[in-house]
Design a protein around this ligand. Sequence first.
Ligand code: IVH
Length: 684
Amino acid sequence: MTPEEAKQQIALLSKELEEHNHRYYILSEPTISDYDFDLLLKDLQKLEEQFPEFANENSPTKRVGGAVTKEFVTVKHKFPMLSLSNSYSKEELIDFETRLRKLTTTEPEFTCELKYDGVALGITYKNGELVQAVTRGDGVQGDDITANVRTIRSIPLKLKGSYPDEFEIRGEVFLPHKAFEKINEEKKEAGEQLAANPRNTASGTLKMQDSSVVAKRGLDCYLYSLLGDNLPHDTHFDNLKAAGDWGFKVPNAENKFITKTKTIDGILEFIAYWDKERVNLPFDVDGVVIKVNQFSIQKQLGTTAKSPRWAIAYKFQTEQAHTKLLSVVYQVGRTGAITPVANLEPVLLLGTTVKRASLHNADIIEKLDVREGDYVYVEKGGEIIPKIVGVDLSQRSLDSQPLKYIVNCPECNTELIRREGEAQHYCPNEDGCPPQIKGKMYHFISRKAMNIDGLGEETIDLLYKENLVHTISDIYNLQFDQLIRLERMAEKSANNLLAGVEASKQISFERVLFAMAIRHVGETVAKKLAAHFKNIDALIQASAEELTAVDEIGEKIAVSVREHFSNPRNLREIDKLKAAGLQFEVVEVVREGGTNILEGKSVVVSGVFKNFSRDSIKLEVEKHGGKNVGSISAKTSFVLAGENMGPEKLKKAEKLGIPVLSEEDFVKMIGGVGSEPKQMDLFS
Ligand code: IVH
């Protein structure tokens, strides 16, 4: 390919990918599969590697991140980033509207929009390209977080249609509920403290140094205002609509995220609608913003030092429940972290009955001065568990006593510790405290860790109760005779369990490492550590410096890893697991003429192929590390479909969202028959 051809090809692919991105993330109407999208992206990546002179800051390949910002540069805003004055009642809104009418000569029109609960962002575009993205900061100056913002899929890197040469667009970056839950699930797996709410997590994510981590977190952004000298229209509503045509995610009248009205009744109607409907949105909103639509009137009214006179926010009342706190109990997590939980008199809140609320830690209990027997106010925010926000002192009984935080573990009676700088109390009895022992075992056997078929949490409880397992390595010493004596354990289940345990010995080192439940070592960190150190002995020997030298491994993880491996009990446990035959080193199996490109993938082969017999294509799957399985299930990685594949199979694959690859796709994936494979991480 000549450089000129490469240049054209890069431009073409970039445009096509950005278009698909827009269809997927903004219109929610994708026209190609994720698989095909990844193929195009890999093609572009390869071309950019070959011809780096044509790579561009706003290439779709930048969506996956990579740039690391050590320190964010402070930037002065061209237009100050003001805030809004708040209102909480109908009366305040009526005052706002009456005041406006008195101050203006032309009749004002209003837009009503959602008030997204996230982080404000200003993005500058020049000649249709994103050039800079800055946080609000103190309103006068903020931080340049451009590299991180480029990874937010719903923010266009290049614009479509006809747009002004230069303008700034402002909006709110937020974490949809699903993305927030995923992050917390990962934190839970790594034994870390859960994130409190989507807004703080979005804010923290935007300030992360490694943009490739930001890229994976699923941030989203709604844009809500345009600033510049050459905007196409003289009303806010029309400009936002135009921004939608350029590729931005803006509210629209169809989904009712924005409306125009000339009356206070229209404003109140919009508020009433969303006050009820907001619980069904996939992200948090905390109110409605009312703005004067005409720029001419906006200019006439001007701003105060803090906020424009032509706009006001109406904040929704957060629904609170009022109920009695019956008792406080303390839960012990897998890592020994203690969580105080309030048992409440059941009460209805936003459609669900609330019986318990988290009290987080000792500091929060002290700050609230919450006591057993108190009447308390409970709220539900973006948090999964409702929280107590205050005490109704008017109903406190005279003999109530301040709550005394426990000193000993409620499960094993060991004295609790509190590490410097941490809010949480811990039970340090890692190897003798039942919920910690069992919690570690639940994690060990879980699907993403050792995935032991035939062994679930209930069986672990039973085995523990019957004194058959105390540590993880005991799982590998279980005998048929012991199992068959257990309650509700039939011969078949006992055999399944033992077969599952046996099969787990083939699980890769990175998953064994994840399964060991080292604090802060989640799936991704375990992968990085395994790939870098290759075997457990090298990892045990690694100093804090050697650990932090690994990509994405920071101080916190290094300390935790060092701590884990300096505990002689943990080392003894590793020796036992080694003796049992678990994988403690990276096995790089490359079969003759093959690769490990399909390592860990389950493939269903179906239909008739042009260049292979059924058996030979199955051999090809195995040669590249894949496993052939007979029928489609949720665990299938992909279906390899030839001609005449059964319609039932196809339907099932579609229903379960399993990718269906053609013979050509497959050959491309394994790098052609007998040639170099194409490195693709389609399934990660
Ligand atoms: S307009 C002059 N519209 O609320 C202020 N703000 O204090 C222009 N926000 O920090 C803001 N949704 O980040 C506007 N639809 C919306 C909004 C919105 C959320 C945030 C914004 C600002 C805060 C107001």
